[in-house]
Design a protein around this ligand. Structure first.
Ligand SMILES: Cc1cc2nc3c(=O)[nH]c(=O)nc-3n(C[C@H](O)[C@H](O)[C@H](O)COP(=O)(O)OP(=O)(O)OC[C@H]3O[C@@H](n4cnc5c(N)ncnc54)[C@H](O)[C@@H]3O)c2cc1C
Length: 246
């Protein structure tokens, strides 16, 4: 019997969560590669924390200049309720608020998070997946790959300027991995990808203009159905704290 599930039964599901602010302690800080800090948070306030999807984000509150706190979006990279730990992976891209904070934060410091406010649950049982993005999307891609079913074909396309930030993926899926060095190469590589036959899900996140171009390419050139894709702008050149679902 065919194991292909009709499209209607494989719909993505949106779940809302009660918004809660949590004051946590930093328990571990690791430089996992030259461009990324892994920051683990813990504390009683983490009780009840839920992150149902790799596509989730939380708001991390950081000390800003002039005592004005700033808030930035991060993927809950790993949540371990048994150990009471939540880990974020922060890309260190310049002298920005979050990059500076992540470079100097140390165990014992406090950090406040809010959310996730909601989750978009993309069923893992699509016959194939494409996960594509840049350095800001890599934590979500790592998380997704850890949960995909064994043997599921998955194409991964990531733009990273520094090859030293390429870490091996932990996944039971059948991977085809493409690393590129800039946004132009990323779009070209996306254009060159021949999407597998059958119903598959495309998830992409990264810089705003690049993601807008990717969405057009997927819809117009590749004729990929809108209901089987999620394309998000995780940041925008020249703009702080930008987020848009395209
Ligand atoms: C849903 C969601 C999930 C996200 N998950 C993660 C995650 O897990 N890890 C992660 O590292 N980022 C993640 N991001 C991206 C992150 O929120 C942004 O990069 C954010 O702008 C970082 O804040 P900042 O203080 O470093 O820079 P900002 O103060 O916001 O921006 C300062 C300047 O840096 C530029 N800039 C911002 N981000 C980048 C970047 N990635 N590369 C190059 N230049 C940049 C801006 O254009 C601006 O000119 C996520 C974003 C969203 C919306």
């Amino acid at each position: 019997m065919s194991s292909v599930i009709p499209h209607s039964e494989r719909r993505v599901q949106r779940v809302r969560h009660e918004l809660k602010l949590r004051r946590l302690q930093v328990s571990e800080v690791r430089r996992i590669s030259p461009g990324y800090a892994s920051i683990t948070l813990c504390g009683p306030d983490l009780d009840g924390f839920t992150s149902l999807s790799f596509d989730d984000h939380l708001k991390l509150t950081l000390p800003g200049s002039h005592d004005e706190p700033v808030r930035r979006d991060y993927t809950p990279r790993r949540h371990d309720p048994a150990r009471g730990e939540l880990t974020l992976e922060i890309f260190l891209h310049g002298d920005s608020a979050a990059s500076c904070w992540a470079r100097q934060v140390k165990p014992g410091d406090t950090a406040t998070i809010g959310g996730p406010r909601g989750s978009m649950i993309i069923p893992p049982d699509y016959p194939w997946h494409l996960l594509a993005g840049d350095a800001s999307a890599l934590p979500a891609i790592h998380r997704r790959l850890e949960e995909l079913p064994s043997g599921t074909p998955c194409i991964v396309l990531v733009e990273l300027a520094d090859p030293a930030d390429e870490r091996a993926f932990e996944s039971n899926s059948t991977l085809q991995v493409l690393w590129v060095r800039d946004r132009g190469q990323w779009l070209e590589a996306l254009r060159d990808i021949r999407l597998p036959d059958g119903e598959g899900f495309v998830w992409a996140a990264g810089e705003s203009r690049t993601m807008a171009a990717a969405r057009e390419l997927l819809l117009q050139d590749k004729r990929h159905p809108l209901e089987a894709m999620r394309v998000s702008a995780y940041w925008k050149v020249g703009q702080a704290a930008f987020h848009e679902d395209l």
